[in-house]
Design a protein around this ligand. Structure first.
Ligand SMILES: [Zn+2]
Length: 213
């Protein structure tokens, strides 16, 4: 099935570099020159509770040309997410991550239906294939926080209170959360808080892009 999908994708999306539009020798996303120009991966540790932290690993900064891949999700365009999955899985091959479960940051079910897919879930599947760990969807979004981007930092925090519910116990499990974009971190912190509440030993977040102030 994946082979069919990949052949289909090749036909409707020829291998042009999303950075400089040069023709690529194979189905990749960026040419070597544009890849070299991407800002390097970076990690940052933030507080979740008094004693718990979340380490955030970002593949790159949210800027051209990668932002094209992120924005495409708003038009329910699946191909750029597959391209992003490719970049993220290439990254994971080189930088090992330690976790028992790969957990996509969930979208509210209404938004998943509207868009046709959850981009975080597609990225999680790509990462899981490299790490040989299961993608688990035990984290649910119980609130539809659609207008999050229009809120201030404090309002975001209030809006996300009890927005996530983990439906199983995670005693001593290490979790790798996955998302496409990291902005203020409010969503990731709310998700990590719920995972820790259910007994997780550690929570790390891998994102494709991080907004740089
Ligand atoms: Zn290029």
């Amino acid at each position: 099935m994946n082979k069919i999908l990949s052949s289909f994708t090749k036909i409707i999306s020829p291998p042009y570099c999303i950075g400089c539009e040069c023709l690529l020798p194979d189905y990749t996303v960026l040419c070597t020159a544009c890849l070299d120009r991407l800002p390097a991966i970076f990690s940052q540790t933030i507080s979740v509770t008094v004693s718990k932290t979340l380490t955030v690993h970002a593949l790159t900064a949210y800027q051209k040309p990668i932002e094209k891949l992120i924005l495409a999700k708003l038009n329910s365009n699946r191909i750029p997410i597959d391209q992003m999955s490719f970049l993220l899985s290439e990254h994971v091959k080189k930088h090992s991550l330690d976790g028992d479960y790969i957990v996509p940051i969930p979208l509210h079910w209404q938004r998943t239906i509207w868009r046709g897919f959850n981009q975080a879930e597609i990225l999680a599947q790509a990462v899981a294939r490299v790490l040989h760990k299961p993608v688990c969807k035990f984290l649910k979004r119980t609130k539809n926080t659609v207008f999050q981007s229009k809120l201030s930092a404090t309002e975001r925090k209030q809006n996300l209170e009890n927005a996530f519910k983990c439906v199983i116990s995670l005693k001593d499990k290490k979790i790798i959360l996955i998302d496409d974009l990291y902005t203020t971190g409010a969503t990731a912190v709310a998700a990590a808080r719920e995972l820790y509440k259910q007994g997780a030993a550690s929570v790390e977040l891998l994102v494709a892009c991080k907004v740089i102030d």
